[in-house]
Design a protein around this ligand. Structure first.
Ligand code: NAD
Length: 259
């Protein structure tokens, strides 16, 4: 048990599994209180039951980040259960992968509703809490798709590029209020989302091997490796880091192509 996040009361979206759940575990180990949100209520309840709290507190609520009223209710529930929030992690996100001309309006809408508007709904609900307390932290889980493009993944990278834009915009707007807004950009991380992606290929094992080969170290990240970067970014160890993006991808995005 550490104390790098003592006094931090952090709402995490999409926290029932994957990177969100790994962050909840890592934050609790550093003495934060956490409030977990996910649209999958049963999975969320199961995840919360498996968390070890120590002296920190845990709250949760099944909510969809595309429902602004539901998110407002979640922020109020968080205040009642763990105290007023002073940090938010916008982690919930979905893959919507297509080719530009094959993308339906429904796919476009769903992609932007969750990956961009959902994050904004949460910022809008939490920012007043941070400002009234004299400051706080927002961390947006972006992706290397926020600054590079993989063909046939349209329009997901567009939404992640925009999430980076929102990070910079809010970081500048609220710096005078002592609110830091940053993004964390993982490359491939071993979560259900990536398994689903591989399973979408005729030969999932071959797709997995191709992904590994893309990485300079021959492997992808674990959710815990992303969570530990998030601990640093939420903590007071980086109080002058604002309106920027930290890439945690094992070198994937700087490589022109594998040797
Ligand atoms: N896994 C990767 O390789 C990878 C890489 C780069 C970025 N990311 C980003 O990291 C974040 C987490 O990814 P993951 O791989 O852990 O995903 P995941 O699919 O394993 O988990 C995401 C969780 O978010 C929840 N969720 C989805 N839409 C929601 C909504 N509208 N409201 C509330 N909850 C919702 C899901 O129920 C799920 O429990 C996403 O923003 C993703 O884009 C993931």
């Amino acid at each position: 048990m550490g104390n790098r996040l003592t006094e931090k009361r952090i709402m995490i979206t999409g926290a029932a599994q994957g990177i969100g759940l790994a962050m909840a575990e890592a934050f609790l180990r550093e003495d934060a209180s956490v409030f977990l949100i996910d649209r999958d209520g049963p999975l969320l309840a199961e995840a919360v039951a498996g968390l070890a709290a120590g002296k920190a507190k845990i709250g949760h609520m099944a909510a969809d980040i595309t429902d602004a009223k539901g998110i407002e209710a979640a922020v109020a529930k968080a205040a009642a259960e763990i105290g007023r929030l002073n940090a938010l992690v916008n982690n919930a996100g979905i893959n919507v992968f297509s080719e530009p001309l094959a993308t339906t309006d429904e796919e476009w809408q769903r992609c932007f509703d969750v990956n961009l508007k959902g994050a904004w709904n949460c910022c809008k609900a939490v920012l007043p809490e941070l400002i009234v307390q004299g400051g706080g932290v927002i961390l947006n889980i972006a992706s290397t798709h926020a600054f590079t493009i993989i063909p046939h993944t349209f329009p997901y990278p567009l939404a992640k590029h925009a999430l980076l834009g929102m990070t910079k915009s809010l970081g500048l707007e609220y710096a005078p209020k002592n609110v830091r807004v940053n993004a964390l950009a993982p490359g491939y991380v071993a979560t259900q989302k990536v398994l689903d992606y591989w399973n979408g290929f005729p030969d999932p094992e071959a797709a997995k091997a191709e992904t590994m080969k893309l990485h300079p170290g021959g492997r992808i990240a674990s959710p815990e490796e992303i969570a530990m970067a998030a601990v640093f970014m939420i903590s007071d160890e980086c109080t002058f880091m604002n309106a920027t993006c930290l890439t945690v991808d094992g070198g994937l995005s700087v490589q022109q192509h594998p040797a």
